[in-house]
Design a protein around this ligand. Structure first.
Ligand SMILES: [Zn+2]
Length: 462
């Protein structure tokens, strides 16, 4: 499999104290079924249909209009992603080959192969971190319309990265008018527990997007046949030669270029997008940072046009803006990212921070904690001070390893959301020191002790 990654880096200057970079992911031609595989699937589906009809479990009314589909990929409701997919390939309407392609919009977002295969469906790939998403069930294939399950394939290896890799895992559904939709490359053993002959409603879970069969990476291949068993391109467009240009099969047809914010996340270090075929990426996701640590903020996009304005903000726990930067996207890719690295000096409040990205009218926000995740154990390994937790009778007990003079030593107490509650100069003598504080009962606080050269941070409860 050939995956293309490129990283552009522009350091310093433009973005003050944030290093930044940009890159993209371009999935290669992502699947095909061999003619033999497709024929076997058709045969199996037809046998199942005959059997179901004989049992009165399947009817079709060919006079009905074809279904109007909803999008067949849905994010797991528990995911932190805003959107989980982009499109790599549409149906190829140019029957010549190789490298003679045309999609429904007269573009080249499709592919063919040297042995005469013209892509017969839509490839919807997961982004970013397709293997991570597959391992964590982040992207679901769902029924695009009501129907009856007329076939299921399961038990096949699901971490492929090239063609020639055997059979896929898939679900096949017949709709009321007799048309059929295919959902291929699913994760092994992730398929709906409903059997052949069961009814599924539009939006119902079918399986996890995976990479079984001839597949170069996790994606859903969505393929549709009308009730005369003719292949359908579900999009209406001037280069869809198979149906009238106004006859879309979508309830709400998505635009050809469909900009999406797939997510904004915080990371401890550079994200590693390619660890080799079938191996989970090194996401380096991190949502809770200790004092002194850098924070890498990555924004992930699908289909973002050139020149599109992107706004990134860092928002402090007290809702003031710590960083605000608007810049323009410089290249078009099906899947891309921008990242910024913020050093600890950026984080001058402790508590719950937000990173938010805005494109057009859409804002996506990611929550993370800075400096507030120190535990009591941490305080015991500190170099100069330790703090007895919890605070008793509004008296803070600080054990100091040396004497620290009043003119240099300062104590600050912050609430969990980063608001400064109390700030005063203190004198610390070697040994135990009792400091009066006025704090609410049963609340957690962040205590910062500074000796003029270094800070030490503690989490304390009153
Ligand atoms: Zn495909």
């Amino acid at each position: 499999m050939k995956k293309n990654y490129l990283l552009f880096s522009v350091f310093g200057m433009l973005f003050l104290n944030a290093q930044n970079g940009q890159g993209f992911y371009q999935p290669s031609n992502s699947d095909c079924l061999s003619p033999q595989q497709r024929e076997l699937i058709q045969e199996q589906i037809n046998l199942n249909r005959e059997s179901l009809r004989a049992q009165n479990k399947l009817q079709e009314d060919k006079t009905l209009a074809h279904p109007l589909f909803i999008w067949p990929v849905k994010k797991n409701p528990n995911t932190k992603y805003n959107n989980v997919w982009s499109i790599s390939n549409h149906v190829d309407h140019n029957s010549a080959y190789p490298n003679k392609v045309q999609d429904w919009n007269c573009g080249a977002r499709t592919y063919d192969t040297a042995d005469g295969y013209n892509h017969m469906g839509i490839d919807i790939f997961t982004w970013p971190f397709g293997w991570y998403m597959m391992d964590n069930d982040q992207a679901h294939a769902i029924a695009a319309a009501d129907g009856i399950i007329i076939g299921k394939d399961n038990g096949n290896y699901d971490r492929n990265c090239s063609f020639g890799n055997g059979d896929w895992n898939a679900v096949y559904i017949q709709h009321g008018d007799g048309s059929v939709s295919w959902y291929g490359h699913l994760k092994n053993n992730s398929l709906t527990s409903k059997g052949v002959g069961s009814f599924v409603s539009a939006g119902e879970y079918l399986g996890v997007v995976g990479s079984s069969g001839n597949s170069t990476g996790p994606h859903l291949h969505f393929e549709v046949y009308n009730n005369n068993n003719q292949l359908v391109d579900t999009y209406s467009g001037s280069c869809n030669t198979w149906s009238s240009s106004t006859d879309s099969w979508w309830a709400s047809q998505k635009p050809y270029v469909d900009p999406k914010i797939n997510g904004i996340f915080t990371h401890s270090d550079t994200a590693v997008f390619d660890n080799g075929c079938g191996t989970q990426e090194t996401t380096n996701f991190k949502d809770s940072f200790n004092t002194g640590e850098k924070v890498m903020v990555y924004m992930y996009f699908a289909d973002l046009p050139v020149g599109k304005s992107i706004n990134l903000k860092l928002i402090r726990p007290d809702n003031t803006i710590a960083y605000n930067n608007t810049f323009n996207n410089s290249n078009f890719y099906y899947a891309s990212y921008w990242y910024f690295t913020f050093q600890s000096s950026q984080f001058n409040q402790y508590g719950n921070w937000k990173a938010s990205v805005t494109v057009d009218s859409e804002t996506v926000t990611h929550d993370f904690v800075y400096g507030a995740n120190m535990n009591v154990a941490d305080s015991k390994v500190s170099k100069k001070f330790s703090v007895i937790n919890p605070i008793m009778n509004n008296q803070l007990q600080i054990i100091s390893k040396a004497n620290f003079a009043l003119d240099k030593t300062k104590m600050e107490i912050f609430s969990q959301d980063g608001k400064l509650i109390e700030s005063k100069k203190i004198e610390l003598k070697q040994g135990q020191n009792l400091i009066d504080v006025k704090l609410q009962k049963s609340q957690n606080y962040i205590l910062k002790i500074s000796d003029g050269t270094e800070n030490e941070i503690f989490k304390v409860t009153n």
